[in-house]
Design a protein around this ligand. Structure first.
Ligand SMILES: [Zn+2]
Ligand SMILES: [Zn+2]
Length: 148
C-alpha cells in the first residue's frame, strides 16, 4: 500500500525510462496468470494498481498489446533497449495502470495485499499464507476496500 501523496520513483534496467508514481495505490497484487508469466519469465509478477493520472513517465516505452482474460485489450509497456517491464494498461479496467513493483527503485516500499490467478500458479512458486488468494481476478469492490 502506498499512502496518499507519497511519491515513489522507478525505471527500467538500463535507465532509459524513468517514472514517478504518486500514492495512494488502489491495490497491490501478485498475479500468477499465464500472460504475466510469459511476459516476465517469472512465476508471478507483483503489480501496483494506480490511476493513470498518478504516473508520470520520462522516455518512451515500447508496447505489446494482446487480449486479456477479462475481455479487453491489455497493453504491456517496457523498455525497447533493455526489455525491462514497467507497467500494464488496458481497455478494461480503463484508467487503471498496473506498475511492475520490481521496477521501483525501492521495491520494499510496497507490500502485496492479495494473490490473483492462483489457478495458473506454478507448483514451485510460494506465497505469504496470510494473503487472500483468488482463483482468477480479484472482485473489483475488494480492490477499492483494500485501498482504504
Ligand atoms: Zn531500459
Ligand atoms: Zn497477470
Amino acid at each position: 500500500m502506498i499512502e496518499a501523496g507519497s511519491i515513489l520513483e522507478g525505471g527500467c534496467l538500463c535507465g532509459a525510462i524513468r517514472y514517478r508514481l504518486t500514492g495512494p495505490s488502489l491495490f497491490v497484487s501478485q498475479c500468477c496468470c499465464r500472460d504475466c508469466q510469459k511476459a516476465t519469465g517469472t512465476g508471478h509478477t507483483t503489480i501496483v494498481g494506480i490511476d493513470k493520472s498518478q504516473l508520470a513517465i520520462q522516455g518512451t516505452p515500447k508496447t505489446y498489446t494482446n487480449h486479456g482474460d477479462t475481455g479487453g485489450d491489455v497493453t504491456r509497456h517496457f523498455c525497447g533497449e533493455c526489455g525491462g517491464r514497467l507497467y500494464t494498461s488496458g481497455t478494461l479496467p480503463g484508467e487503471i495502470i498496473m506498475v511492475q513493483a520490481g521496477s521501483l527503485d525501492d521495491p520494499s516500499a510496497i507490500s502485496p495485499q492479495s494473490v490473483i490467478y492462483v489457478k495458473d500458479a506454478p507448483v514451485w512458486d510460494r506465497f505469504d499464507p496470510a494473503l487472500p488468494q483468488f482463483e482468477a481476478m480479484q472482485p473489483r469492490h475488494t480492490h477499492r476496500e483494500a485501498a482504504r
